[in-house]
Design a protein around this ligand. Structure first.
Ligand code: ARG
Length: 260
């Protein structure tokens, strides 16, 4: 009888202990865990070959950083979203929006009339120019000097359009590559005579590569904007916050930080 009684007592004790553990366990995971997953995650498509807008600094880590990454995070934060970046070739970004693979695109993408036929854009937050980059001593000092030359551009970019346009006036050939570093490599290796690259990105390469030179030709068409699938609910939400951040100087501050 004594034995049965003590078994009973031990069981009660065990059950009490176990259920106490159970609840306290639940509490601790529920607390922080649930809060995090409450935030809706948005996927941003980008071509991370474009310092200082979107790139990976392998010396610092494997994260995508830059102006666009910071703006995206700031806007999303204000709207209560979490952003995940998806790196892909620039030429595939519009398609990834249309197929629903990504929720929006930030990739120093110029809001051109042609693109507006397939996607919606936010307000623009940055304007750019084109630079002709070549090897130092190439003698390429004007657009006319591109005659007889092979000129590289990024696939699907407005620089590709620009180069094709120039090729109607100047006898040059245009070749594309998926990523900017590939284009720079081709110039260095002598396979491309020159390239049409956006000013800020080109300047980064000119500063770090004494064997390259360049000159500005003109303003690029369409400022940088955030792109959304047609009729996305996000366009208006994002645009409202982006406009506020343009007006109160937050966007300028982010840009300035990355241009130092
Ligand atoms: N602004 C140009 C365009 O829209 C080039 C952008 C390239 N962006 C990039 N992340 N590689 O066509």
């Amino acid at each position: 009888m004594k034995k049965i009684f003590s078994y009973f007592f031990v069981s009660i004790l065990l059950i009490g202990l176990l259920s106490a553990c159970g609840t306290s366990d639940k509490d601790s995971t529920n607390g922080s865990g649930d809060n995090k997953s409450d935030k809706k995650v948005l996927t941003m498509g980008t071509s991370a070959d474009y310092a200082p807008f979107e790139y990976i600094d392998t010396a610092k880590g494997d994260e995508i950083i830059g102006v666009d990454a910071d703006i995206a995070k700031a806007v999303a934060e204000k709207l209560g979203y979490e952003v995940r970046f998806q790196d892909m070739d620039f030429g595939g970004l519009i398609q990834s929006l249309q197929s629903g693979q990504v929720d929006f695109v930030m990739s120093a993408m110029s809001a051109t009339d042609e693109r507006k036929k397939s996607v919606d854009f936010s307000e623009t937050y940055y304007t750019s120019k084109h630079i002709i980059v070549s090897k130092k001593g190439s003698g390429i000092k004007s657009v006319n000097d591109l005659s007889g030359k092979k000129v590289g551009v990024q696939l699907g970019s407005i620089q590709e359009e620009k180069a094709k346009e120039l090729a109607k006036e100047v006898n040059m050939t245009v070749e594309n590559r998926n990523r900017i570093p590939e284009i720079i490599q081709e110039i260095k290796a002598g396979r491309f005579d020159a390239a049409v690259i956006e000013d800020t990105v080109a300047k980064g390469y000119l500063d770090n590569n004494p064997d390259l030179e360049g000159f500005t030709i003109e303003d690029a068409d369409g400022g940088y904007a955030i792109a959304f699938p047609k009729d996305s609910k996000l366009t208006e939400e994002f645009n409202k916050v982006l406009k506020e951040m343009i007006d109160n100087g937050e966007i300028d501050a982010i840009i300035k930080k990355w241009f130092e």
